[in-house]
Every structure is written in C-alpha cells, then in structure tokens.
Design a protein around this ligand. Structure first.
Ligand SMILES: Nc1ncnc2c1ncn2[C@@H]1O[C@H](COP(=O)(O)OP(=O)(O)O)[C@@H](O)[C@H]1O
Ligand SMILES: [Mg+2]
Length: 371
C-alpha cells in the first residue's frame, strides 16, 4: 500500500478520529485538536510542568551527552495517552539542538520503511517512534541492530538468492513512546538506556498547566476557575486543555469572556463532566450498578446491557478511570461499587448482605433494592 515513505514523515495518524467525541477521552481528537495542542506544547524542559523525577533524570542524561559531545542513550517514554510523551520527545530534540524526525509503529509496515528513515538520518538527529509497541516484527529486529551498532542489514532479493547488504547509519537518538510498556518485547526494552515512566498529574500541576494554556490562548481565568478545571481533568494535561477550551467557549458566548469559577462550573455541568471528572457514561455505569444491582457484584456483560453499551466499551472506556478513582472494584464475582461511589452519587449504601441477614433481618432479605 502506498509509497515507501507514506505516513513516515508526518504526525502519527490520529487515533479515534472516527469515534464520537468524548470530552474526557485522553486520546487526541483529530487534526484540529492536534493543531491546537501543538500551540500549547512547552518547548523547553524547564517549561514542562510536573513529572519532577523524569525531568531531572532526563536533564542529566541530556546535559551529560551535550558535555561529552556524544548522542545520548535512547529514551523510552512510557505512560497513558495525553500525559506528555510527544511533548517530551520534541523537548529532547530541542534541548539537544537537533531536528526531530517523527514516525510511528503503525506507519512503518515493512523493514524497508524503517531502513529508508534510518539511512537518511544525519548524525545526532532524534528519531521519534510513537506507539513503538505496534512496530511490525521485521522492522523491530532491524531496529535492535540500528540502536546497538548503528548499522542495518538491508535484504535485497528474495528466497535463496537474497543477500543482506550491511549499511552504516549515523549515530542517532531514538525516542520511543508507548502506552503499553508491557507489550514491548524485552530485547527492545533493554536497548533503551533511559526509561521514563510518566504518571498522572496531581491537581496542583494541572492547575499550572491550565493557567499556562489560558495565557497562550489569550483567555482570562481566575485561579479558582483553573482549579475547578484541573480537578475534573482526570490527571491528564490533554483533558485539562480540552476542558479549558470548552469552558472558554461558554464564557465567551454566555458571559464577558473571563472564565470565573461560576462559568467553569456551569460550562462543565452543561457538558456533563462532574467534580471528579466523571462523564455521563461513567456515572451511568455506577448508577446502574448501584440502583439496579444493589452495588454488585454483577458481571460485566450484565452491567453493560443495563446501560445499553457493549461490554468492551464499559471495560475499556469507563472502568479504568472508575477503578483508578476507587469508585469501582473488579472482583472475581463481578463488578462492585465502593463506599466512595455511593457517596459520590449521593445514594444511601444498603447495609452489607451478611450483616443484614444475620443481625437485623429475620427474613434473610439482603435489603438490596430490586430483589
Ligand atoms: N507536563 C506538561 N506541561 C504542560 N503541558 C503538557 C504537559 N504534558 C502534556 N501537556 C499538554 O497536553 C497535550 C497532550 O500532550 P502530548 O505530549 O501530546 O501527550 P501524549 O503524547 O503522551 O499523548 C499537549 O497539548 C501538551 O501541551
Ligand atoms: Mg503523543
């Protein structure tokens, strides 16, 4: 399909572009969002908010390489979507004063595609491979040798007559990014001299990011409003920036344009993103679990049917965040709402079944609604 270099130079293909927009999704939502994000990206390590340890470690790696006049070790950035991997890759190149070449695992279909990129790298250049866990096997094997020996074997011909022509490539720095570090084969992971694990951001860090982005977008925002947005951003800068833009729209159309805590609250209520960053689907799952199944345990597919969704949607889209927030637990017997979930939705938690059965309830009724 396509030419050799198709998709190799540009930004990685937008994932989820065809999916319905979900305001609290951590994935970038198409080309328009990528364009805006580019404008909001910090360009220097010093402007990168949070990830203190990663920043300090990386700063050492880069500075020492600069001092020795050598290319730094290859860097692997691992963490969920929207936490700043692409941003850091760009910063690494900028700090080294080198151009950044961008490609991604899915864009490289054959080893030849990778050889074409590698052989045109100039000395010291930084190659960013996004979603590196999705690299095809033959390309991955070629990458091992390139990372270690700055050499590739280009296979010419097919079958018994095929010959491998060794090709030297200029010393370069590979920056790989992955949302699934566990899916990286060991030999590939081992060839990275530095692995950075990106964590979710705390509210104070997100607040700084919101205020910084507001400034870049020319939006006036109060500190309490920035905190309001930060608290609903699920620990993820990309979501913080997106919520900020929706709140700005609201403030521009409905008020004088200044984002106050009041307009932030009103806007986010309109978009159905609650104080903890749960959206409609998240709340529907919890509410169904509590109202229809007494808080569980209930099986995933039953729960999914009760909210009119596919099991995969509930499992992949809603559950990880609910589990992370301690609102939902996955147990061997099914999904269970935690005490925090009952409190968050303002529902009264029924007494737990054994207590009700043994102490208070002579009929053995569990006290669960709907039984
Ligand atoms: N530490 C940070 N400080 C400021 N903005 C950030 C930070 N991390 C991410 N962002 C912003 O969040 C958005 C998504 O970041 P990105 O690097 O594309 O995430 P990823 O590649 O991990 O999905 C960008 O607009 C970027 O400006
Ligand atoms: Mg990215």
């Amino acid at each position: 399909m396509g030419g050799e270099l198709e998709g190799v130079e540009g930004p990685p293909p937008a994932r989820g572009a065809a999916e319905p927009e979900r305001l609290v999704s951590a994935d970038a939502d198409g080309a328009e969002e990528q364009r805006i994000e580019a404008a909001l990206r910090p360009r220097k390590l010093g402007d990168f908010v949070g990830q203190e340890r990663v920043r300090e470690q990386l700063s050492l790696v880069l500075q020492s390489a600069l001092r020795r006049g050598r290319t730094p070790d290859h860097v692997l950035l691992s963490g969920g979507p929207g936490l700043g991997k692409t941003t850091l890759a760009m910063i690494i190149a900028a700090e080294l004063g080198q151009p950044l070449r961008i490609s991604s695992g899915p864009a490289i279909e054959r080893a030849g595609d990778l050889a074409a990129v590698l052989s045109t790298l100039a000395e010291g250049e930084v190659l960013f491979l996004d979603e590196i866990h999705r690299l095809a096997r033959p390309a991955e094997e070629m990458l091992y040798m390139a990372m270690e020996d700055f050499r590739v074997d280009v296979v010419v011909g097919k079958g018994p007559g095929a010959t491998a022509i060794p090709l030297d490539i200029a010393p370069f720095t590979l920056v790989g990014a992955t949302t699934r570090a566990g899916m990286l084969p060991g030999p590939l992971r081992d060839r990275f001299g530095f692995v950075a694990h990106m964590d979710f951001y705390d509210a104070a860090e997100l607040e700084i990011i919101v205020r910084r982005s507001a400034k870049l977008l020319g939006v006036e925002i109060g500190d309490d409003a920035a905190a309001e947005i930060a608290g609903r951003s699920r620990g993820t800068p990309r979501i913080a920036n997106r919520l900020l833009r929706r709140v700005r729209d609201y403030a521009e159309v409905r008020t004088d344009g200044t984002v106050t805590q009041e307009s932030a609250r009103a806007a986010l209520a309109l978009y159905e993103v609650d104080e903890r960053g749960l959206d409609r689907l998240d709340r529907a799952v919890l509410e169904s679990l509590m109202r229809k199944f007494g808080g569980g345990p209930v099986g995933l597919s039953t729960l999914a049917v009760s909210v009119g969704e596919e099991p995969e949607t509930v499992e992949v889209v809603a559950e990880p965040f609910l589990v992370r927030q301690g609102l939902l637990a996955r147990t061997p017997r099914g999904r269970v709402a935690t005490a925090a979930a009952w409190a968050h939705l303002g529902l009264a938690q029924p007494p737990t079944a054994p207590m009700a059965g043994t102490l208070f309830d002579v009929d053995g009724d569990t006290g669960r609604p709907g039984e």
